[in-house]
Ligand binder design. Structure first.
Ligand SMILES: Nc1ncnc2c1ncn2[C@@H]1O[C@H](COP(=O)(O)OP(=O)(O)O)[C@@H](O)[C@H]1O
Ligand SMILES: [Mg+2]
Length: 340
């Protein structure tokens, strides 16, 4: 096989910590897992928390540290959202993998405990039926397998699965931690980032280190080794602040047609609405001329809309709804139309 061209490898993979101890900021998780690694006796585990905080990294690292590179393939089954994980797959693939028992002897310095590991990444995208099917599999093969569930939203894992797992919450990464990982990559790759660009990168990535690293790599590809704050904004898909401001002003005007025009403009430009919600949230929270009650109403609406979008609702209708509700709150219009 031809060797990989180094520059073609995504930096998220290249700079993924290989050992649990190198996972930054999740001290408690690291401490507990380092201890369990010594006894090699693991419970089923559930990692949850926002994206890009080290969940997948930690799961892969433990599995590698337990089995080493050679046994990894036969002992670890990784399934993520891009694999088919409907109820039939759970019944067959996972069952077949789980059912074959394995021996225990340490191998080339790795502990190699007598069980297999099944990593279900992005488990919150599995249907409830598939999760229910897993429940039996987990019980039947509990002696010979350990499950790692990884998800953003713990509430989407059914209780019978969640209650069988040791749960670990991953915290969003603060700016210092993000910056220090980014600086490390810049040093390795010979990139030049001034302090303004560094802080822009942390703020547009919102505690998601995967995003930060991806933006950095895209910017490096396009702009070379000297990267500015505006280069990063350019590759990040952040919506230009004036667009968000224009929507906000149109809501303030109290004129529905004006607001509708802005909404159409945003949809036609193809800006992602979920991104817009975050930027609008900032504008609303920091607006000095908006009453607290109105801010509270708008924030509640933004939260509900975010959930609807995650569930697959239509972007145009959701944004129009946000605009209408924001207008109502800002202009003290009545909340509900009453026909009685
Ligand atoms: N806590 C962390 N410490 C070090 N690197 C991290 C951490 N969290 C995320 N990263 C970096 O971000 C990338 C994505 O992390 P990942 O573990 O896949 O996130 P997720 O929590 O979404 O599963 C990794 O390749 C790694 O380089
Ligand atoms: Mg992940």
């Amino acid at each position: 096989m031809a060797p990989l061209v180094p520059s073609s490898q995504p930096w998220v993979e290249k700079y993924r910590p290989r050992q649990v101890k190198d996972v930054a900021h999740q001290e408690e998780v690291v401490r507990v897992l380092t201890n369990t690694l010594q006894t090699a006796d693991l419970p089923h585990m559930l990692f949850y928390g926002p994206p890009g905080t080290g969940k997948t990294t930690t799961g892969l690292a433990i599995a590698h540290q337990l089995f080493g590179p050679e046994l990894y393939k036969s002992r670890v089954l990784e399934l993520n959202a891009s694999d088919d994980r409907g109820i039939n797959v759970v019944r067959t693939k996972i069952k077949n993998f789980a059912a074959v028992a394995v021996g225990s002897k340490s191998y080339k310095g790795y502990p190699c405990p007598p069980y297999k590991i099944i990593i279900l990444d992005e488990a919150d995208s599995m249907t409830e039926d598939a999760q229910n099917a897993l429940r039996r599999t987990m019980e039947t093969y509990s002696k010979v397998t350990r499950f790692f569930f990884i998800c953003n939203y713990i509430s989407r894992i059914i209780e019978p699965l969640a209650s069988r797992c040791a749960k670990f919450r991953f915290k969003p990464l603060p700016e210092e931690v993000m910056s220090s990982r980014i600086m490390h990559i810049c040093n390795e790759e010979g990139l030049n980032l001034d302090s303004q660009a560094l802080s822009t990168l942390s703020s547009i990535s919102q505690g998601d280190l995967r995003r930060a690293i991806t933006y950095l790599q895209s910017a490096a590809r396009l702009f070379g080794s000297s990267i500015s704050s505006s280069n990063l904004i350019g590759v990040s898909g952040v919506i230009p602040p004036e667009v968000v401001q224009a929507l906000f002003e149109s809501c303030k005007s109290g004129d529905f047609d004006t607001a509708n025009k802005e909404v159409n403009n945003i949809i036609n430009e193809g800006y992602p609405v979920s991104q817009l919600l975050y930027q609008l949230l900032d504008v609303v929270v920091n607006a000095e001329d908006v009453a607290d009650e109105a801010k509270a109403k708008i924030c509640k609406k933004l939260g509900e809309t975010d959930k609807c979008l995650i569930d697959g609702a239509d972007e145009y209708l959701q944004l129009l709804d946000v605009a209408s509700q924001t207008m109502r709150a800002l202009c003290n219009m009545p909340d509900e139309l009453r026909f009685d």
